[in-house]
Write a protein that binds this ligand. Structure first.
Ligand SMILES: Nc1ncnc2c1ncn2[C@@H]1O[C@H](COP(=O)(O)OS(=O)(=O)O)[C@@H](OP(=O)(O)O)[C@H]1O
Ligand SMILES: Nc1ncnc2c1ncn2[C@@H]1O[C@H](COP(=O)(O)OP(=O)(O)O)[C@@H](O)[C@H]1O
Length: 158
């Protein structure tokens, strides 16, 4: 969804960038694991990078699990409340597990991956997201169109 949003904004003449947690963990955050402390540090670094990119004029999509409310609030503080929008991807666990494109849920269920979000580590549901998207109910096209509508509303209000 984040990459599709990036393409759609590009078509509108707007520059954006996806910070993908999974990708960043191969380089910038390759020293971090999935303990609560390491997730906090992961999110702190990504929020600082996003803030720099914002200063350079880019819209940033931070595609991270970010399962703890306190970490998301830290990101909001780093980025600034007027720039930060929290989108909750609320696709039910059974739908994610049914897809399992990388076989991670399967490995987490058999105990091969510890501290796996949704299985053996918590996900704290956002209390007041600007938008929630259940990708089990919406197509990619519908989800991205709805998110663009929200972004345009917010941009108009800013
Ligand atoms: N234990 C555990 N828990 C959750 N996720 C795990 C774990 N181990 C590996 N992965 C893979 O790491 C990707 C999520 O990284 P994030 O940086 O977004 O996580 S977090 O925000 O720090 O919680 C996530 O990538 P995506 O598959 O792209 O979502 C997982 O594939
Ligand atoms: N809006 C959507 N509608 C339907 N399926 C989706 C949607 N977004 C993602 N998916 C599917 O969910 C799975 C995980 O998507 P992915 O983008 O790899 O998520 P993540 O990087 O957050 O793990 C893939 O099989 C993908 O095709």
């Amino acid at each position: 969804m984040a990459y599709e949003l990036e393409h759609r904004l590009h078509d509108l003449g707007l520059v954006s960038f996806v910070l993908d947690g999974d990708n960043l963990r191969h380089k910038l955050n390759s020293d971090l694991g999935f303990s609560p402390c390491d997730r906090t540090e992961n999110i702190r670094r990504v929020a600082e990078v996003a803030s720099l990119m914002n200063d350079a004029g880019l819209i940033v999509f931070a595609a991270l699990i970010s399962p703890y409310r306190a970490d998301r609030e830290m990101a909001r503080t780093i980025i600034g409340p007027s720039r930060f929008l929290e989108v909750h991807v609320c696709t039910p666990l059974h739908v994610c597990e049914g897809r399992d494109p990388k076989g991670l849920y399967d490995r987490a269920r058999t105990g091969l991956i510890p501290q796996f979000t949704g299985i053996s580590a918590p996900y704290e549901t956002p209390l007041n997201p600007v938008f929630s998207i259940d990708t089990g109910r919406l197509s990619l096209e519908e989800a991205v169109t709805q998110m663009l509508d929200v972004l345009q509303l917010k941009a108009g209000a800013a």
